[in-house]
Design a protein around this ligand. Structure first.
Ligand SMILES: [Zn+2]
Length: 574
């Protein structure tokens, strides 16, 4: 008994000590963070800390779940059935504001007696947070990697152990961390998702800005929920807390006065990924020049406002998500390649600091600065309309070659339903041939990511084999499936180099042998003969190059390999 009293007293002291710690200019190391949460897990049945799987660093990624005590990490039954908020912290460990905010929230909730109901009887949602996601980056601590940031004293590094930016990895899944994240996300099926960050860029008075998913990419019900209801309500809640919420300041030009643009949250980002599954998604960006404790407080206020919104609108959120899932399944076209519409501009009232260009005493050059002694408040242009430049008819089924094990593993991890073929069968399918593409000269996030892709499609009889998979396109994960399998979509597997091996010709011809065959080939194919003669007459370079002429005929002959430039993703419509 005495032992219990002592340990309880210790626990209370630790909790108080802890909260004071999280309120200051320091953020815990990964070990301190996990040790603290393990202690809370031991002391409170409403708080559970789960080891959810590995990171590239070797150390596990954890998930702390509050008010989900009937769950297990296998089922997360309660999270799936009630309203759930998932918060991701330290995907960029140099930006640890969310870590402290979640710890303070947890301490305050415990000290308030662990209430499961609001004053007016609403249920507390399941609150799940990843204490720190980029584990490798958490261990790579310094006080200097964020040159312009005002605290904390020490923090982790943006890159992962493999020097990846994990916030670009959600479709390509190069990091082990991403598999663990996807496992968490798919298990919880969160209604609301928050990814906590700290911004770089212009100086202005707002401590916290938010990014919401690009409205044009959302299903109508989620677009209405996000923009017509959730954001205005959260704004009001923040106002009550004497804290002003403003959209992320993504500059159109050099300064805010030239206007700001809505962020295009492609599926490679955590928020863009979450919105493919119709979660109400936000990225929180506190401002790097504001002191760390102030940033933490703002992050906590946003979290509290979101929780209050979830308590008051559980049914509304559930209905909007259900409608979005049904809507996305029923779409016959998939739209992508969204570009900002510069013709339609709105304006927004903005509090800023005047941009000035003093001559620097050392460099002797005029440099942009923001003069805090000259604040202003005025309307600035706000570009928040996007238009999709491309769309594609959705097939009934996709077929992926069984040799594409990484693709299949990723689809599986993301909860995509498919059937695996167990016998050989010849089927007429629509094949995608890559006509052209561009590859950069420098890698981006471990890839020479392809762009400016041109695709030609044609019907071919293909021998499908055991192990190939058949994916019905009209299913819950429809948005995700199109986003990764449609070659031209911005973050498709094709753009991320999954299918580069199909872009190289394997067999060739010897010109000195092949030229003896062309007369025969042309006489058997009058159409080819005609196009060849026309090209020779019009194209001087072609007319003077024996190799170009031979290749032109070879490429159009039965000798040319059928698989060259043909992607291992087919479409089936019957
Ligand atoms: Zn960040």
């Amino acid at each position: 008994m005495k032992k219990l009293v002592i340990s309880l007293a210790l626990c209370a002291t630790n909790s108080l000590f802890a909260q004071q710690n999280w309120l200051g200019n320091t953020s815990p190391t990964y070990e301190e963070l996990i040790a603290h949460l393990q202690q809370l897990d031991r002391s409170h049945k409403e708080v559970k800390l789960y080891n959810m799987g590995p990171s590239d660093y070797g150390q596990p990624i954890y998930l702390c779940v509050v008010n989900g005590h009937r769950d297990s990490s296998e089922t997360f039954e309660k999270a799936r059935q009630s309203t759930t908020i998932l918060i991701n912290n330290a995907i960029h460990p140099g930006e640890p504001d969310g870590i402290n905010a979640c710890l303070i929230w947890l301490d305050q909730w415990i000290r308030a007696g662990k209430p499961l109901k609001s004053h007016d009887g609403g249920d507390l949602p399941v609150i799940a947070f990843i204490p720190a996601y980029n584990v490798g980056g958490m261990y790579n601590r310094s006080s200097t990697s964020r040159a312009n940031q005002n605290g904390p004293e020490e923090y982790g590094f943006r890159g992962s152990t493999k020097n990846l930016d994990l916030n670009r990895d959600f479709t390509k899944m190069d990091a082990v961390n991403t598999y663990t994240f996807v496992k968490i996300f798919q298990a919880l099926d969160p209604d609301i998702f928050i990814d906590n960050h700290v911004s770089n860029g212009a100086d202005y008075p707002y401590t916290l800005t938010y990014i919401s998913s690009m409205k044009e990419r959302l299903a109508p019900s989620m677009q209405a929920l996000t923009y017509a209801h959730c954001i205005p309500t959260i704004k009001d809640y923040c106002q009550i807390g004497n804290f002003e919420l403003f959209p992320y300041v993504e500059l159109k030009g050099e300064t805010p006065e030239e206007g700001i643009v809505a962020f295009n949250d492609l599926p490679r980002y955590a928020m863009g990924y979450a919105s493919l599954f119709h979660s109400l998604s936000f990225t929180v960006e506190t401002h790097m020049l504001k002191p760390f404790p102030e940033r933490v407080k703002a992050t906590l206020q946003f979290m509290n406002a979101t929780i209050a919104y979830a308590i008051g609108n559980a049914e509304r959120i559930e209905i909007a998500r259900k409608e979005a899932i049904q809507w996305s399944q029923a779409q016959t076209y998939f739209r992508f390649n969204y570009q900002m519409n510069e013709q339609v501009k709105d304006s927004i009232r903005f509090k800023g600091y005047k941009a000035v260009y003093p001559i620097h005493p050392i460099t002797g050059l005029a440099q942009l600065e923001y003069d805090r002694k000259q604040p202003y408040e005025k309307y600035i242009p706000y570009y928040h309309f996007y238009i999709s430049q491309d769309s594609i008819a959705v097939p009934k089924y996709y077929i992926v070659g069984g040799q594409e094990t990484k693709v299949i593993a990723s689809l599986k991890a993301n909860g995509v339903e498919f059937q695996t073929l167990d016998s050989f069968e010849t089927k007429t399918v629509t094949c995608q041939f890559v006509k052209s593409y561009k590859a950069p000269t420098r890698p981006y996030e471990g890839h020479f990511k392809l762009s400016e892709i041109e695709i030609a499609s044609s019907e071919q009889a293909i021998l499908l084999k055991p192990g190939d998979i058949l994916i019905p396109a009209q299913q819950e994960r429809a948005y995700f499936i199109h986003a990764v399998l449609q070659a031209k979509a911005e973050d498709s597997y094709f753009t991320w180099n999954f299918f580069d091996s199909y872009l190289q010709q394997k067999e060739y011809f010897s010109a000195y042998v092949f030229k003896a065959q062309i007369e025969d080939l042309l006489s058997k194919n009058p159409e080819l003969k005609k196009s060849y003669e026309e090209k020779k007459a019009l194209d001087i370079k072609f007319a003077q190059s024996e190799w170009d002429q031979l290749f032109y005929i070879y490429q159009r002959s039965p000798y040319f390999e059928q698989t060259f430039m043909r992607l291992p993703v087919y479409e089936l419509n019957d």
